[in-house]
Design a protein around this ligand. Sequence first.
Ligand SMILES: NC(=O)C1=CN([C@@H]2O[C@H](COP(=O)(O)OP(=O)(O)OC[C@H]3O[C@@H](n4cnc5c(N)ncnc54)[C@H](O)[C@@H]3O)[C@@H](O)[C@H]2O)C=CC1
Ligand SMILES: O=C(CO)COP(=O)(O)O
Length: 334
Amino acid sequence: MKIAVIGAGSWGTALAQVLATNGANVGLWARKPEVVKAINAEHRNTRYFPDEELSAGIVATTSYRDTLLRARGVLVVTPSHLLRGVGRALADVVDAEMPVLICSKGAEADTGLLPVAVMEQELGNRDRIAVLSGPNHAEEVIKGQPSASVVACSSPETAVFFRDALANDTFRAYTSDDTVGVELCAAFKNVIAIAVGVSYGLGFGDNTAAMLITRGLAEMSRMVVACGGEALTCMGLAGAGDMVVTCMSRHSRNRRFGEEYVVRGRTLADFEADNHMVVEGALACKTLDVLAREHGVDLPITDTVRAIVWEGADPREAALLLGDRPLTTEFYGL
Ligand SMILES: NC(=O)C1=CN([C@@H]2O[C@H](COP(=O)(O)OP(=O)(O)OC[C@H]3O[C@@H](n4cnc5c(N)ncnc54)[C@H](O)[C@@H]3O)[C@@H](O)[C@H]2O)C=CC1
Ligand SMILES: O=C(CO)COP(=O)(O)O
């Protein structure tokens, strides 16, 4: 069976390796010809994983049509702000039944739309559109270190299709029908990881990090419930699981952006220029704000991250303001 993967960054490459290890032929779309050349000739993505040998079952190309040719399903693994454009391009090369798994974490700028809704607008047939999310740093998944994730879809058949394509002894995949919950968890945890990074960068300790993580989970839960998702999803792999790993792992770009860039007055553009990698939380703190206002949900940490990253608020002063709000019950708004 052939599966297509759109995006040969860290996560697209790691997922292509998982699929190929499971016996699939993988068509991998990459933007840069030199990445395609290295993958096909040397079985390496020299840009992101120079030390990992990729399966010979992965064939890269810069052509959507070639990537999708005879594929039974497609994984979309680009940064979330590119999803609409990818969906538009895919509309020319996939039929109305092709299962689509979105592996990006974020929400659309300006509209606040979540990935499945964006893809549905471009491709139609929501039941064939699923999302993948969980505590899954690509650096560990590509090495076959034990990890688990959630495939969420309104259709159990689509969820099971992708679960079975991805699951193996070291990559457990669970299914869920709470797409909105899983999508919001994915967008949120990146914002909180920036907050935790800033907190460590300011010299605060583990108590502060744990407070941000758990109060971040409370924000996440309020938003998930307001948008029609299930609070329990926030306790699962896509919620607490991914929150913990992104806030605590040395691999997290979001945390590193907060700790090493934001507290030193360095910008998102600086991070991207230095690392060629995305910081999804930097955009998500703005897109979640659109949703928060629409649903009347209180997101104090998310709003503080937005003020620091986009409005030049001083991190230490912003942290003090965060602690100066009226005292309330722990699970207000739920
Ligand atoms: N890296 C990880 O461990 C994980 C990442 N994700 C999510 O997967 C998504 C992709 O992230 P990564 O693979 O980490 O990306 P990355 O940060 O490793 O690399 C950026 C990718 O975006 C591509 N790109 C940049 N501008 C582009 C454009 N204009 N058109 C097409 N492609 C463009 C680059 O070629 C590269 O493939 C993000 O939403 C991320 O949150 C999800 C789980 C794990
Ligand atoms: O989503 C991820 C891990 O599950 C990756 O997080 P970062 O983008 O912060 O590296």
